[in-house]
Design a binder for this molecule. Sequence first.
Ligand code: PLP
Length: 221
Amino acid sequence: MVKDNLSEIKATLPQGVVLVAVSKFHPVERVMQAYDAGQRVFGENRPQEMALKQALMPDDVRWHQIGHLQTNKVRLIAPFVSMIESVDSLKLARVISDEAIRVGRRIDVLLQVHVAQEQEKFGWSPSELLDALEGEELHSLSGINIAGVMGMATFTDDQNQIRHEFMQLKQLFDTIKKDFMPQISVISMGMSGDYQLAIECGSNMVRVGSAIFGQRIISTK
Ligand SMILES: *Cc1c(COP(=O)(O)O)cnc(C)c1O
């Protein structure tokens, strides 16, 4: 049951670690079970789906965009989204900032970093991100508040590799905080299979889906 899964996971989280319940592909009735159990932060990866759920669920839900976001979809979520965790280009950062200003908001974002070995994962490489931070634009976008970094490890059973990738992201976070942005505070890393390891490596935001809601039924049309 969603409620039992949630309380089991929450019992293992150290203080200060935010649990994002990843509700993508699950119907509102099921997401509401988590809400009724006290969960308030939810993650979705498709803007249309998030907008639909947002309209049906209570106003105190904090919605996090966690998957690759196309610039032409930003407008759908800009009025209400609480955090966009998947900012993977300057262009996207610029569009989010413009849309936020248009609707009179400042949106919290995370910079998504590619630390996994898999090709298909989105995000800046560490060196690309440091280059972008050397420039002025990321610092000058007044519609966004850069709150930290997000990353995903390779999908593998090799715990050493996963640990290595999480440590890489933690180190990058430390560098960015020291050299560019002292205000950042969020390291979003860890999913159902690896969130405990992620926390050991310094994560303070975990994005957990299947361990709360069970398997997703995904139509591949
Ligand atoms: C789907 C997804 C998750 C949750 O994955 P689970 O393995 O179900 O916990 C976390 N982060 C991102 C970016 C995702 O797309």
